[in-house]
Every structure is written in C-alpha cells, then in structure tokens.
Design a binder for this molecule. Sequence first.
Ligand code: ZN
Length: 362
Amino acid sequence: MESIAREIKGSFHWYPVQKTFSIVSAKDTLKFAVGIPYMTRNGRTIDLSAAPELDNGHLWIAENDAKKISSKVAAVPGTKNETAQAKANETAPAKPAAKPAEQKPAQPVVVKPKAPKQEIAGTREVRTIVIDPGHGGKDPGASGKKSQEKDIVLAVAKLLRKNLADEGFNVKLTRSKDVFIELRQRAMLANQWDGDLFISLHCNAIDASEERKKIIQGYQFYVLRAPESEEDKAIARRENAVATLYGEKNAKDELSPLEWFKLEARLEQYKQTSYLFTEKLLDSFDGGKIKKMSTGVGGAGFMVLVGAMMPAVLIELGFISNEEDEAYMMSKAGQQDLADRIAQAVSKYKDAVHTYRETLGR
Ligand SMILES: [Zn+2]
C-alpha cells in the first residue's frame, strides 16, 4: 500500500486503533480497513476482490485491486488538481510548485448551494430540534436511591420542549410519556421529522462501592465516534444494553469494525456540527450545580445516535448513582436549570450555524 501511495503521489495514513488506513491524493481520498473486502473512494463504496492484510508491519492488497486503484487514480492529469490538493493540504505530501492562479479556473469545483429544502441538517438554518428522552416503559434505565433515569430525562425533556418552543423552534419528542421505544426507532423518528439536531437525554451511573459512588459525578456530552478510552466504551455499552435486554431485533451492544467503516462517510458529514453543539453545551453548563466530568466531551458507539441523519449529541446530565447529582436532577429547580442550559446551547448553536451560512453567502 505504501508503494501504491507513492505511485499515485498520495500521502499514506495508518490508524492503528481502528486498523484502517487511507491514501489522500490530489483528487481522491481512498479508505481501507484491514480484514474488510471493500474500500471507499471519496465516500463511495467499492468492492475489493480481497480484504487488505497486515503482515510483518506492511499492508497488502490483492494485485488486481492494486492495479485498479493505481490506474484509476494515476490517470488524473496533474495540473487540474490544485483545488482538491488544497483541500487535502493538511495531510498531502510536498506538492510541486503551485501554478499561477490564472490557470485554475478550468476546475469545475464550485458547487452552487442547493435549494434550502435539500440542504443537509447542520448546514441549513436550524429549525427542528428532536429531543430524545432515553429509556421508558419497561426499560427504567439506571436507578438511583430515589429515582429512575427514565423519569428524570422525561421531565427535563418536557421543560426543554417548552423553552425551545417559546423561542420559536419546531420541537419533537421521541416520547412524551412513559413508554418503551427501541433505540433504532428513535433515530428513525428524528429522520422522519427531518430534524436539524438530535439530542438524546440520559443519566450516567456506575455500579461500584458507596465510596466510589460518592466520588464519581458530573455531566458529559457524547458524540458518535470510535471510542478512545475504556470508560467511554463502557458507557456506550451500558446505554446500548437496552437493546439486548429488551429484545430488539439484531441487537448488540457494540459496533463492529465493519459497521464503523460503513458509518465513516456519514459521521464525517455531521462531525463538525455535532462538535459545535458540544462546545455550546460546554459553555452553557459551565458554572452549574453539577460539575463537568473530565473533559466533558467523549465519543463512543451509541446505537441511538447511529441512524440519525443529522448532528447528534447524547447528554449524560449527571450521575444518578451519586446522591448530590441525583437530588439535583430530581428537583424541579434542577430540572428547569438543566433544561435552561440545554436550550441556551441550542440557541447559540442555531446562531453559530446561521453565522456560518452568512460567511458562505447563503
Ligand atoms: Zn441512559
């Protein structure tokens, strides 16, 4: 693979944790995963005759696949690729001296903005907010000494709905009663409503000694990405366990490498805006009664976020296993404060997207 990268004048990138690798050339971004018999080229899937293999510190690909890749990519004439190269410039290798600017216009790269309705969530104006109170019905979620997760998140969701509706947002709840809804169904509802932002509300919990429960507390925001720590992985597993516990079809508590790979292009589409919303949440949660847990932002394979075709964030409001956090999340004042802070973040997010659109002249 390294020699193919050289041949097509692309830069080679290896991600050891995910066992994936990519080659970024002037025109193309090719992505591969060890053990998976297909690749993506600029986000589109292409079958390979065999899965790439890792052997002796080198990555290998079947000869006919290699030929296919180098002929397709190398066939691109060099001079027309400045714009694409600029796009890939963080990772691109030393490029030949730039051509004078007048020679560039041949490249038909400028895509006219689509009509507002066809714009994807995250780039269009923010109007519809989908609030997803986690768990419900036969699934209580995590339990504290005096409360259950499903009740707290529903109460906060309803207050948040009121706040956002008052500010003129179109607000949808995946559930507004104590009913059970499958994880996958929640994102499907959000897609049907053509949401601009998906907010899944949860309470964190640990199963540990009373001593530890006293120490472990705080809020945290999660986006869908490959987990980088065992803690994040464990939290996703706990939230995902709903599906296996309550008999959802094809339920599992972790995404396979293949599923991550399939998701990659879509995740890329909503990554920046999902993180943008977590930034606004970090700002508005700062100084509240419940403290921030570690960096405040984590990522893992939350099933409830997988299907959402829009920026999506899962909020762990606090630890229901911690007495202080639980008391605050149970109190009317605490619930209102949490709803106010989330609503404030949504408004700031909306403004940020609007400003971004203005800089693009939309
Ligand atoms: Zn939960």
